[in-house]
Design a protein around this ligand. Structure first.
Ligand code: PMM
Length: 272
């Protein structure tokens, strides 16, 4: 069954929920709420990756995420740490995180691959071309889905060369990262091809900008939860391992519809 990864951005400036969970207490309370609503994983991040965002120094990132990771892990929640920094990943693993979610797929910090190899933990490798400040300029493709897939699987090969076990790698096409709306839709259209290598896949469409094109003028990021849930359902039918979402409630309902529709409860294509 497709897993739900609930987004917990402990940042003042995230793309769609910036500032809402910036205090430690509010973040912990929201993380517990996400789990209670049915998130299988809570993804804790302390650095915004919205287009144009500036980097956050590692000590500030650590200060934001560690108390939250520690508390949620102690409550028995499966926590992933959303970071490009190996130092933050290592500290979060020590604090009880079980998955490293790296939007740069190991490109931002050359020490990330070796760390994940040494700790032997699950690792989300996302397709990425460069930091947020410049990524919109890097959204140039002639055959988007194919090029993104090839670049992503070259990363997987490199990570394996660095000692990361293949069974630990979860791939993510990185919707919105160095991709415009048309590139995102092209990826979604070709989702199954990303799974042809047999690796589990995570998809993060939730509340992203490209969904605004489908909405009415003045719609808020929260209004994008409906198209986000529809995408989660379609992606589940396409066999994705997990979806990274802000609104767990609507996603849970969407995935329950898929499960009921498929009849058996579980569609075996959904298993990694
Ligand atoms: N998107 C964002 C942050 N982290 N991680 C993965 N694996 N995949 C994504 O698509 C992804 C991510 C940016 O979205 P947010 O600012 O709304 O959290």
């Amino acid at each position: 069954m497709t897993r739900i990864m609930g987004v917990l951005n402990v940042t003042p400036d995230s793309f769609s929920d910036g500032g809402r969970w910036a205090s430690t207490d509010a973040a912990i309370a929201h993380g517990l709420e996400l789990a209670q609503q049915g998130a299988d994983i809570v993804d804790v991040g302390g650095e915004s990756t919205r287009p144009g965002a500036e980097r956050v120094p590692v000590p500030a990132e650590l200060g934001r995420v560690l108390p939250v990771v520690r508390e949620l892990a102690a409550a028995g929640i499966r926590v992933s740490i959303d970071t490009m920094n190996s130092e933050t990943a290592a500290a979060a693993l020590d604090a009880g995180a079980q998955i490293v979610n790296d939007v740069s797929g190991g490109l931002a910090d050359p020490a990330m691959g070796p760390l994940v190899a040494e700790r032997d933990v699950d690792y989300v490798a996302m397709h990425w071309r460069g930091h947020s400040r410049t990524m919109n300029d890097l959204a140039r493709y002639t055959d988007a889905a194919r090029e993104i897939r090839e670049e992503l699987f070259r990363r997987v090969d490199e990570l394996e060369r660095q000692g990361v076990a293949r069974r630990r790698i979860i791939v993510d096409p990185g919707l919105g990262f160095a991709k415009n709306s048309e590139h995102n839709w092209d990826v979604l259209r070709h989702l199954r091809e990303f799974e042809s290598a047999g690796l589990p896949m995570l998809l993060g469409a939730s509340r992203k900008r490209f969904l605004a094109d489908l909405m009415w003028v003045g719609a808020t990021p929260q209004d994008r939860d409906l198209p986000s849930a529809v995408i989660a359902a379609l992606a589940a039918r396409d066999g994705v391992w997990g979806v990274r979402v802000h609104d767990v409630v609507s996603t849970r309902i969407a995935l329950d519809v898929v499960r009921s529709w498929s009849g058996s409860g579980d569609d075996d294509r959904m298993e990694p």
